[in-house]
Design a protein around this ligand. Structure first.
Ligand code: SAM
Length: 249
């Protein structure tokens, strides 16, 4: 279990407030061979309180705080839950999920199965599948690794940005829709689905489609999500279960 430093105490507090550490701005010198875009990226990383906090707490990515903040608001991560983490590399979300669900309650042991198209350094107690989620056998491989129904499917999948906003939007929405279809197949009744989407036109249709299957559907932009990014998250809780009528939707 990672330990919170002063100024960023309990999990609840982290979720409610984000990092509170005051920082000096670090400038990066332009080195020979370093592109201006790399210099700006490095400067942003060095001055990002979430990056610094992730390093302090042993999280592999600043994205860990997005999941913590979303969970602080919607409470979908539960001790003993069985979780599928899609687009898991480098592993921040898997770390957060494992930290919470593997603390088994009432003898119920939680499980985390993670998948990514890119390799991930192993994490204790997390089963990792190196595979493109869009491969036709990915859903079956995930189900086999899980060995039963899931209580939660989380997806932070994002295809590499092309810089062409409509294309990026459609690609991420395609991943999200496929993740939703998988969630419909694998979730236990009352399960939850959390996924990254990009604001840009079609996310409203997706939210409406989700309302058929889930009792509560919300969208949120956690404080750790950069303000200049179109990224946001859909959070659907209370899966209604698989019925014949809904299976075809
Ligand atoms: C923003 S990163 C995820 C960060 C992660 N949630 C964390 O906390 O460290 C997005 C990930 O989605 C993965 N990804 C994109 N397309 C994918 C696909 N078709 N199948 C599996 N993973 C995919 C990328 O390889 C990348 O690792």
């Amino acid at each position: 279990m990672t330990k919170a430093p002063p100024g960023y105490k309990t999990r609840k507090q982290r979720a409610a407030t984000g990092p509170t550490v005051r920082m000096k701005h670090t400038k990066v010198k332009t080195a020979r061979g370093r592109k201006i875009s790399s210099k700006l990226w490095l400067e942003r990383q060095l001055n990002d309180p979430y990056v610094i906090e992730a390093g302090r707490q042993g999280y592999r990515s600043r994205a860990a705080f997005k999941l913590l903040e979303l969970d602080g608001k919607f409470h979908f991560l539960k001790s003993g839950a069985r979780v599928v983490d899609l687009g898991a590399t480098p592993g921040g979300w898997s770390q957060v999920a494992a930290e919470i669900v593997l603390k088994g309650k009432n003898g119920k042991a939680g499980k985390v199965v993670a998948l990514d198209i890119q390799a991930m350094e192993p994490l204790p107690d997390v089963t990792f599948l190196l595979q493109d989620f869009m491969d036709s056998d990915a859903p079956d491989n995930l189900k086999a690794a899980l060995g039963g129904e899931a209580d939660l499917v989380i997806s932070d999948m994002a295809a590499k940005a092309t810089g062409h906003t409509p294309t990026d939007h459609l690609r991420i929405m395609g991943l999200c829709e496929t993740a939703l279809q998988f969630a419909r197949e694998v979730l236990a009744t009352d399960g939850a689905f959390v996924a990254k989407v990009l604001q840009g036109g079609t996310e409203g249709d997706l939210l409406n489609a989700m309302k058929t299957d889930f009792k509560v559907v919300r969208h949120a932009k956690p404080p750790a999500s950069r303000q200049d990014s179109a990224e946001m998250y859909v959070v659907a809780t209370g899966f209604k279960g698989r019925t014949l009528g809904r299976l075809e939707t």
